[in-house]
Design a binder for this molecule. Structure first.
Ligand code: SF4
Ligand code: F3S
Ligand code: FES
Length: 253
């Protein structure tokens, strides 16, 4: 009875290891230690089918517990682990090691345009303030329905793309206009305004448009498309911004 088990074990032992050695080059910052950020290399063994987030976990749990980053769901839902990986904004939990050339050091740094608090953690307050400023909630008056507010499939489709936002800030922190002074509302806030402006049940579209007509509003967008490239949800961010601009001109939405 023992023979098959031994054969199985031998076959397993001879299988090639999926692990490779990968260098993570991480931009570290700790205001209690230094005013300057600095790069630090970590070499880890990892299966290239794993994700950058798995690599960061290995470093934090096995090598240096002081490494600081945000993550929660680990499955592309919560939006908390946007970071610059090899110079591009991505979610660490959605980025496979094998897809980003693991033969070279993988650079990992905080997203740009927001104050770095520690390592990969930035101050998200300005980002969420812009989100709050566009009133990201349904506004209705009177005619309280006894059940749900009805909407045709066609009307629902009108803003379907912008409902997918997970507020990860990958778009806003990849926008050169936002990098310049941080006053621009930024693409994420406009995407979330779009979600309600084009909702046939909502009654505050005009109000939101006026908010975005501000000097730091939608007109500051220079159609750079970085935001669309960065969005991990595949939202056509620049197109949504263009639609809001058009609505401001035509007042039709
Ligand atoms: Fe993130 Fe995309 Fe939403 Fe921007 S639009 S916050 S990139 S999910
Ligand atoms: Fe910025 Fe996107 Fe416009 S990157 S300039 S918000 S198209
Ligand atoms: Fe939630 Fe990556 S950890 S989106």
């Amino acid at each position: 009875m023992a023979t098959p088990v031994m054969e199985k074990t031998a076959a397993k032992d001879s299988a090639p290891s999926p692990y490779i050695t990968v260098t993570f080059r991480i931009r570290r910052f700790n205001p209690e230690v230094s005013d300057e950020a600095q790069w630090q290399d970590f070499q880890i063994e990892i299966d290239p089918k794993e994700r950058v987030l798995d690599g960061l976990h290995k470093i934090k749990w096995d090598v240096d517990g002081s490494l600081t980053f945000r993550r929660s769901c680990a499955h592309g839902i919560c939006g908390s682990d946007a970071m610059r990986i090899n110079g591009k904004n991505r979610l660490a939990c959605k980025t496979l090691i094998k897809d980003i050339n693991p033969e070279k050091p993988i650079t990992v740094e905080a997203i740009k345009g927001l104050t770095v608090l520690k390592d990969l953690v930035v101050d998200m307050d300005p980002f969420f303030q812009a989100y709050r400023d566009v009133m990201p909630f349904l506004v209705t008056t009177g005619n309280e329905p006894t059940r749900e507010r009805l909407q045709s499939a066609e009307d629902r489709e009108r803003f379907d793309d912008t409902t997918k936002c997970i507020l990860c800030a990958a778009c806003t922190s990849s926008c050169p206009v936002f990098w310049n002074d941080g006053q621009y509302f930024g693409p994420a806030a406009i995407v979330n305004a779009h979600r309600f402006i084009f909702d046939s049940r909502d009654e505050a579209g005009e109000q939101r448009l006026e908010i975005l007509n501000d000097k730091d509003g939608v007109w500051r967008c220079r159609t750079t498309f970085n935001c669309t490239d960065a969005c991990p949800r595949g939202i056509e961010v620049t197109k949504a911004i263009q639609e809001v601009k058009r609505a401001l001109i035509t007042r039709r939405f």
